[in-house]
Each structure stands twice: as C-alpha cells, then as structure tokens.
Write a protein that binds this ligand. Sequence first.
Ligand code: F6P
Ligand code: MN
Length: 308
Amino acid sequence: MDENASTLFQHLKSAGIDNDLRTLIYSFASIALDAQHHFPKYLRGTMGDKNKYGEAVAALDEWVNGYLCDNLVKTGLVRKIYSEELKEPLIASANKKAPFAVAMDPLDGSSNIVSNNAFGSIVGVYRDDLPQSGRKLVAAFYKLYGPVNTFVYSVGKGTHEFVKHYDSAGNAQFYLLAENLKVPEPGEVFGIGGDPLEWDPAFLKFAKDLFRKEKLKVRYSGTFVADFSQILHRGGMFAYPATKKSPHGKLRAAYEAATMAYIWEQAGGASWSGKESLLDVKSLDVDARTPVFLGNRHLIEKLKKALA
Ligand code: F6P
Ligand code: MN
C-alpha cells in the first residue's frame, strides 16, 4: 500500500463539494470501518423475522441496519433514512432541518453471510425527499466487505475507489486506490441473476450471445455490490432481469439500482431498466423493484436492440 496515497478525507477535501456532503460521506465511511469489528458474533443465524418483502432477516442484517441508522442520525446531517430494512422511513426528529435524505441497503447480499462470502452496504444521498429518480442523487457510495475492504464513491465528478489500510499509528483509514475509474473495454465477465428458464426468450438469446459472440466469462456471487465491483474492474455486464414470476425483477430501484447506476455511469458505463436509464426510474413506491442491467456501453446498446 502506498502510504503517500491520499486518504478519503484529503480526497473529499479537494473534490470541491460542500462541507456538509463531505462530512456525511466521510462519516459514513468511518462508521462502516468500525462496523466490521462487530461482525463475527452476528455471522450465524437469522432473527426468525421476515422483512417487508417476506425475506428472512439475518441477525447481521438487523444489527448493521441499526448501527448505520443510529450513527447516520448522530451526524446531524440526515433528516430521513429510507432503508430496505425499515418498514417506514426513519425520521430523525432532532435533525428536522438537516440537509439530506438517504436511501440505503444496509447489508446487500445477506444470503452470503453464512458462507462468509463478500457483502456490502449501498447508500444514495438526496437533498430532496424521496421518492426521487437517481438523477437527483448528490452522492452515491458503497462499501464492499470482501477479503479486502473497499469504499467507492461518486459525487458526479467521476468514480473513485479507496482501500482500508492501517496508518503508521495503527489507525484504520481509507486510502485512494484508483481515481476516475473507467469501465475496462471491451468487457470480460458477466453475472446474471434469476432463473434462466423464467427469463424472456429474447433476453436468454442475448445472454447466450454474451458467451458466444462477446466471449465474456460467467462470474456471479449473489451479492450485487461484489458483482458490481467485478464489472467495474473487468468490464462486462451485470443483470437481474424481469422473470415470469417477478416481472419487475428483484432489486430495488431506490435502495440499490439508482445508486449503483450513478456510480456506474460516472465510470463511463451505461445502465438500463428495460425502458430507460436506471437513473430515470421513478416510482411513487419507494420500495419498488426494477429490472437491472449495467454494462459497457456497447453491450447495453446491443441489449436494447435485443429487447426491442
Ligand atoms: O439485495 C438483493 C440481492 O441479495 C443482491 O445483492 C443480489 O444481486 C441478488 O439479491 C441475488 O439474488 P439471487 O439469490 O436470486 O441470485
Ligand atoms: Mn441488496
């Protein structure tokens, strides 16, 4: 690790963004750094509860949601938190005039907890209240809890990646790993979720062409953040399409898709919902799902033709 690399704090300072937004991003990154010390004791088991989508709630899901919400409220910068793990948005009454509303997936990829595979946290920051389209995002970031822990953010001026490392005093920091990441061309891997037998036949044919014509390799972890990080570094495509049983796909527009599409498009990639860029998806229901397609631009162009 280059000890002279700039820290996240220094990078945000030179990014020319307002003090509040800078503080919020830095605070979240610091909260997420600390959170991981508590993971081992929550690694096994579910709460016996179901979330608002009827899915089993992992103990770690519940704990991370509480930890992130409590600490985000403490920053004094967030007036409302929309979380995939909350039935109703959390209104921070002490912060009524705070500048930001946040949409988050506190623990993305919870089915990977039990096997100790990578998972992540996704956060989108808005000034206006939700529901909003991703065009209104003022910042988007994620933390990937992998073999190495990374933090990726964008405030609409490129996509930047940081890695957790200890400074000489033994304190954990995020150090700059890559500035202005660009999705590699022509793209190398693809990961697609959902049952292929349930896909639209036109999409199935397109997916086969990713193998045959585009020569991409399959890589799918079942954690959106981890699969996203693969295509960010190797190029290709991530998709969770509509299926016969789930015509709106699986992933949530506000908590997952819009935020990651913002980061992706800032790295030069393209996104698609089946109808429009994922940044344009807007639903009155903040819990709405959307089909998700993220890829190198030429692949998304081919996809649009294949689905037309
Ligand atoms: O948050 C939903 C999620 O866990 C994503 O992280 C991931 O992309 C997807 O679901 C995996 O779904 P499946 O288990 O159907 O492959
Ligand atoms: Mn998720």
